[in-house]
Design a protein around this ligand. Structure first.
Ligand code: NIG
Ligand code: FE
Length: 444
């Protein structure tokens, strides 16, 4: 099957160059007279915490000047254009609309083969995530399908999902391996993500998640699989430059806190920064592990104890909350975002796109963060932009409209940012600018 069947997939090199003849002649882009420019500025050199998460740096009746792929200025149109000729710029009229940074999705399992739609009937009958796994569904089913797929098939399937993410305003994502669980298949997944990144405008940050589950052939030999991770898989992924982060599913039935520490520390010796799936089904100690190994993020956190939250706050771990997961797993409990924000833990949100949670829109995730975790709209927007960028170690580069940052910018056809969570099922994104180029413009 061709891996080029996507609407948006195009080489990054092409995406980085002007696409229309008008744009080719242009010095850059000016987005003029927006109702609100949600800047998320000033960048503090760290993620936003506590009450800071409500400060969106909004400018009203404002314009944004983009050139050389970067944000040049934000302010009144007349001030921006003084000494410049409008004819030399591609002008986007944003009257009555809002402008904001592209969404960053810091936790996804973008690359996998197949789907698991049939598990919904088990969920409806009351089966838990672990019971679905015991019935032959869950991660192991996707492992079988992913092992059977070629790299180009994986690119084709993941590319379709990535197109949807871009149409919904996401400009950078993280993508994990973890459905191969052999050296060859994990490398295949990471290579698929790398090659998809080269040919798609959305940037993909890669994470090695060989410790996502014990593969069936190692079910009786946990130590054997951990040795394989430590001695073969982590070195192979790191030496080939295929991953920037190492992640572990620290959970009852998966990896213990002790095993997680071993794996994450091994990753660190190969230069891989740590992330962890923590406290999703039980208070498994994952958040504590994150604090102990100096992880950049701990993710899920539905059942993190007060004590472990204190440890996270002290060590500056970013909490990545995934509100679509409990919703689509028919789980009553959501992460305690309010308590985490109160404790000044920096909070980011993410889709966790995976076969159990097929969500490609950060607008939907923002809505769920508000309606199910009682985050304010302001906090949810900060969590999906600047804090999500810090969750990927890219806060200095993306996530806000600070002058000099990469111009990943959205125009949304709404008069106020409050409409993002309010219009629950809508896609408000009208224009997507990536690296200073217009990648998508919805016909109105
Ligand atoms: O983040 N919890 C573990 N991993 C994924 C789910 C993977 C799957 O069910 O395929 C998650 O939710
Ligand atoms: Fe996950």
């Amino acid at each position: 099957m061709s891996d080029r069947a996507h609407k948006i997939m195009l080489p990054k090199e092409r995406a980085a160059r002007p696409t229309s003849s008008r744009a080719r002649a242009a010095e850059g882009i000016v987005i003029r007279d927006a109702e609100q420019v949600v800047t998320l500025s000033p960048d503090r050199g760290r993620p936003l915490r506590g009450a800071e998460m409500r400060e969106l740096g909004i400018q009203t009746d404002a314009s944004v000047l983009i050139a050389g792929g970067r944000i040049q200025r934000v302010g009144r149109y007349e001030d921006l254009m003084r000494g410049r000729s409008e004819r030399e710029y591609e002008v986007i009229d944003a009257a009555g609309k809002i402008v904001m940074p592209g969404f960053v999705d810091p936790h996804t399992h973008l690359v996998f083969a197949g789907q698991r739609a049939s598990e919904l009937s088990w969920k409806v009958e009351g089966a838990s995530y672990l019971e679905i796994a015991e019935r032959g569904g869950g991660i192991q089913r996707t492992v079988r399908e992913t092992r059977a797929a070629s790299e180009s098939e994986l690119i084709h399937q993941a590319g379709g999902r990535l197109d949807q993410m871009l149409l919904n305003g996401t400009t950078t994502i993280e993508a994990k391996s973890g459905y191969g669980l052999t050296t060859v298949d994990e490398i295949k997944m990471l290579t698929a993500a790398k090659n998809l990144d080269k040919r798609h405008p959305v940037d993909i940050v890669r994470t090695f998640l060989g410790a996502h589950a014990f593969p069936e052939e190692y079910a009786e030999d946990r130590d054997g699989y951990i040795s394989l991770l430590e001695e073969e898989m982590i070195p192979a992924a790191a030496k080939a430059g295929l991953a920037e982060f190492c992640d572990v599913f620290c959970e009852e039935g998966y990896f213990t806190p002790e095993e997680s520490i071993r794996i994450l520390e091994k990753g660190q010796t190969f230069g891989l920064k740590s992330k962890i799936h923590a406290d999703e089904f039980t208070s498994s100690g994952g958040a504590r592990v994150a604090a102990e190994v100096g992880a950049i993020t701990a993710d899920h956190l539905l059942r993190t104890s007060e004590e472990d939250m204190v440890r996270m706050a002290e060590s500056g771990v970013v909490a990545v909350l995934l509100p679509a997961v409990p919703l689509l797993s028919m789980e009553e409990r959501f992460a305690n975002a309010r308590r985490m924000i109160e404790m000044e833990i920096p909070v980011a949100i993410a889709s966790d796109l995976n076969p159990n949670c097929w969500v490609t829109s950060m607008q939907t995730v923002i809505s769920l963060a508000c309606y199910k975790m009682r985050m304010t709209p302001e906090e949810a927007i900060a969590a999906s932009t600047i804090n999500a960028a810090y969750a990927l170690g890219r806060g200095g580069k993306i996530g806000s409209l600070d002058v000099g940052k990469v111009a990943d910018v959205l125009v949304l056809d709404i008069p106020d940012y409050l409409h993002i969570p309010y219009k629950f099922d809508g896609n408000c994104v009208e224009t997507v600018i990536k690296n200073g180029e217009i990648i998508h413009k919805r016909e109105s």
